[in-house]
Design a protein around this ligand. Structure first.
Ligand code: FUB
Length: 477
């Protein structure tokens, strides 16, 4: 009975916090209404989400008191909103304490939230996984037990701090581990089972904990906390972020140096993301009023690459980044939308739907809003396309797509790509940011400006579904 009451209390707390999310001003730390730690960023459509733990220790407590995870969001990387508690210990009925570092990875329109959590079984920390249908959930336990525990062969000395990465070929990888013991394993396409053996990755020099994996220009990057005094920190109670690169997602890795110096909290946990053409590092420190090693706060700063792919050391600021530095403004209403002046065509449109929907200038209320017509290609599956053609070349550097989802045969796509006609073939527009597949919003994709008469959106459906679009905007650069 006590456990059931605890679960109900957890659900009530979750609901209250979801309802009462708080907005914040541009500054570092980005949120000061609560203490937040172990940030992991994710860009979906026009929004950067940051998944964080919450530090609840009092000023006199010298240990982590962490029971829930929050989601922060921003559409300009400068102004942040706490979207409230989106998962907590009660999300995992088999666990009982320690909602430590986590990370969310999307796949096929679902969002998998990998967490460090103390299970009720033998040993201490485990890796759990919850799943939801949107970046904000709701999230539920996906597996009914730990994905990794102390019983897993060759698991880490401390099974915490998962980072999950899905490569372009669909293969997913998970790295994790504390106590100087990194581990790596492949994940099945269902994202909740491991495949093959757990291995000890090579080349992550001075690894302590907190890995975060990403890919840029075909090169794999791993940032991670180290606590050596060989250029990293002044005392091994503290940590810096080192990074390594690899040409294979399982390594071996080549250590490249320090990307974030010592922070004001003893732990150092960070993530990296590209948003509107700019790279950011999110990390935590103890700089919020009343902050400390167990009362940490998330900060965001810009991160810059050198032309050889190495990374400049991140400058920690108290101001945070300017809104969308050097990038386009976010709202789909900004700039000149060339969609309405284009002639639209498609690989297929259902006889009862209308291709005119995509460039009639509508602003849908939701992905189910047919009030300005809807384009759908049911019963086609796999890859279909829509296209704009202009009588003479237009210079374009951004599109925004509002997907149609009729909750029947048409669903949000698995993936998409913006292409242009280069005179002899359709090719991907250069330097394009993620082609977002979120529902109920415009998904903005930026790219290096192309001068073209034909712009195409290639859309690949989720298995068993067709796809649709309510509005497709193409912006003059
Ligand atoms: O927040 C608890 C733990 O502290 C995390 O799992 C580690 O990465 C460190 O930040």
């Amino acid at each position: 009975m006590r456990k059931r009451l605890a679960v109900i209390a957890g659900v009530v707390t979750l609901a209250a916090a979801v309802l009462f999310g708080a907005a914040a001003q541009a500054a570092n730390p980005v949120i000061t209404s609560i203490y937040t730690a172990d940030p992991a960023p994710l860009v979906v459509g026009n929004t950067m989400y940051v998944y964080t733990g919450r530090d609840e220790a009092s000023t006199s407590q010298q240990n982590f008191v962490m029971r829930e995870w929050h989601v922060l969001s921003s559409t300009d990387a400068a102004t942040w909103t706490d979207r409230g508690v989106r998962a907590n210990i009660a999300t995992f009925p088999w666990a009982g304490a320690d909602a430590w570092a986590s990370e969310v990875e999307p796949r096929n329109g679902r969002y998998y939230w990998y967490t460090s959590i103390n299970g009720n079984g033998p040993g201490w920390m485990n890796i759990g996984v919850a799943v939801g249908d949107s970046p904000l959930g709701p999230f539920t336990d996906a597996k009914g037990g730990p994905l990794i525990s102390d019983s897993t062969a060759n698991s880490s000395g401390l099974n915490i701090d998962p980072t999950v990465f899905v490569d372009d070929d669909g293969q997913a990888y998970m790295y994790w581990g504390g106590y100087w013991a990194p581990r790596a394993v492949r994940l099945a396409s269902n994202m909740i089972d491991t495949v093959g053996s757990v291995v000890t990755p090579q080349g992550l020099t001075n690894y302590w904990e907190a890995p975060f994996m990403f890919k840029r220009n075909g090169l794999y990057y791993m940032i991670y906390a180290a606590n050596d005094t060989n250029g990293c920190v002044t005392s091994s109670s503290y940590a810096c972020q080192r990074y390594a690169t690899a040409t294979n997602p399982m390594g071996p890795w080549t250590h490249r140096g320090i990307v974030l110096g010592q922070v004001s909290s003893t732990t150092n946990h960070a993530g990296v993301v590209e948003f509107n053409g700019q790279w950011y590092m999110v990390y935590h420190n103890a700089n919020a009023p009343g902050g400390g090693n167990f009362r940490r706060s998330v900060a965001v700063d810009q991160m810059f690459f050198n032309s050889d792919g190495t990374i400049q050391r991140v400058v920690q600021t108290t101001t945070g980044p300017p809104a969308n530095p050097g990038g386009p403004t976010n709202p789909p209403t900004s700039g000149t939308n060339l969609g309405p002046s284009a002639t639209a065509s498609t690989s297929y449109v259902s006889s009862w739907e209308s291709l005119a929907a995509i460039n009639n200038g509508g602003t849908p209320a939701t992905s189910q809003d047919r009030s300005n017509l809807a384009y759908g290609n049911w019963p086609q599956q796999g890859t279909q396309w829509i296209e704009y053609q202009w009588p003479s070349a237009r210079s374009i550097n951004r599109v925004a797509t509002y997907w149609f989802d009729d909750n029947q045969g048409i669903d949000l796509p698995a993936s998409c790509q913006v292409q242009h006609w280069n005179g002899s073939a359709y090719v991907a527009v250069p330097g394009q940011s993620a082609c977002g597949v979120a529902g109920n919003t415009f998904n903005s994709t930026t790219f290096t400006a192309v001068s073209t008469t034909r712009l195409r959106l290639s859309i690949t459906s989720r298995s068993g579904f067709s796809t649709g679009v309510l509005e497709w905007q193409a912006f003059q650069s």
